[in-house]
Write a protein of this length. Structure first.
Length: 267
């Protein structure tokens, strides 16, 4: 009886997922198969074979990979400074990281417009409205998503490991490369995977900056669905984006699980 009651509690979440996620996804999939002659894969072949889609997919991956690499480097460096370099205000800075996580992405783009726009403080308008401007804005916005798990991982490293390495004559760089970074690698990998997932689907920064020649997959969905009302083509691009997102999310879950396992082992 208790098992049957427990299974009944699973039904409400399943119904919510089916209604609010499954049903719209089925509608989008059906729309992507809609042609003038009925159902078929003609729209898929046309969209996937177009230069517009290939360019958008390439720009999306390049921006996402570039933003992820920048976030990993910057986030790891800042986490090392906050965790291992004592200075006044380190705890306050760590709390500010949590505050930045709550900001909407367009707020970063707005701040960059005031700083680097045509009428901004530095007046670097040409830079801001280029792929490099989008990349810098994404690195600025998504770095806390790497910084936070890196701080948590560094906090789990037993101090005795660092003391033993130092007592054996290991220099700080060697301790960093042999003790600190390997212990935090699963957390850094999960943070990088999450950043890649979020950057892959970034829409607000790209739309707000209006960078010339920058068309990502979310922007392509917006253009075909809202601007040109080509809903079948927009559905195809959206489903490709969903497939990439689910793949990256699966990688993130695996890496996040390894990070939690490493934290338990360290404890």
């Amino acid at each position: 009886m208790s098992v049957r009651r427990g299974s009944l509690w699973v039904l409400p979440p399943l119904v919510v997922v089916a209604v609010f996620f499954g049903y719209p996804l089925v509608l989008v999939a059906g729309q992507s198969l809609t042609t003038d002659r009925g159902l078929g894969f003609a729209v898929w072949a046309e969209v996937l074979g177009s230069a517009e889609f290939r360019d958008a997919a390439l720009q999306t991956m390049l921006l996402a990979l570039g933003a992820t690499a920048g976030c990993v480097v910057l986030g790891t460096f800042l986490a090392l400074v906050i965790a291992f370099v004592p200075f006044p205000g380190a705890r306050t800075l760590s709390r500010l990281v949590d505050t930045v996580l709550a900001f909407p992405s367009f707020l970063i783009a707005l701040a960059f417009t005031f700083l680097y726009g045509s009428a901004g403080v530095f007046g670097a308008g040409g830079f801001l409205y280029s792929p490099w401007g989008v990349l810098l804005a994404e690195v600025t916005f998504y770095t806390p998503f790497v910084l936070r798990p890196a701080l948590a991982a560094f906090g789990q490293i037993p101090g005795v490991h660092l003391d033993v390495a130092a007592s054996l004559g290991a220099r700080p760089g060697r301790v960093l490369g042999r003790v600190v970074l390997p212990a935090a690698l699963p957390s850094l990998a999960s943070g990088a995977c999450l950043t890649l997932l979020l950057a892959l689907n970034e829409f607000g920064i790209v739309l707000f900056l209006g960078a010339k020649g920058v068309t990502t997959l979310p922007m392509l969905v917006y253009g075909k669905g809202i601007v040109t009302f080509d809903f079948p083509a927009a559905s195809v691009v959206a489903l490709v984006d969903v497939a990439l997102s689910l793949l990256l999310y699966g990688c993130y879950r695996v890496l996040a699980g390894r990070g939690r396992g490493a934290a338990v082992d360290a404890a």
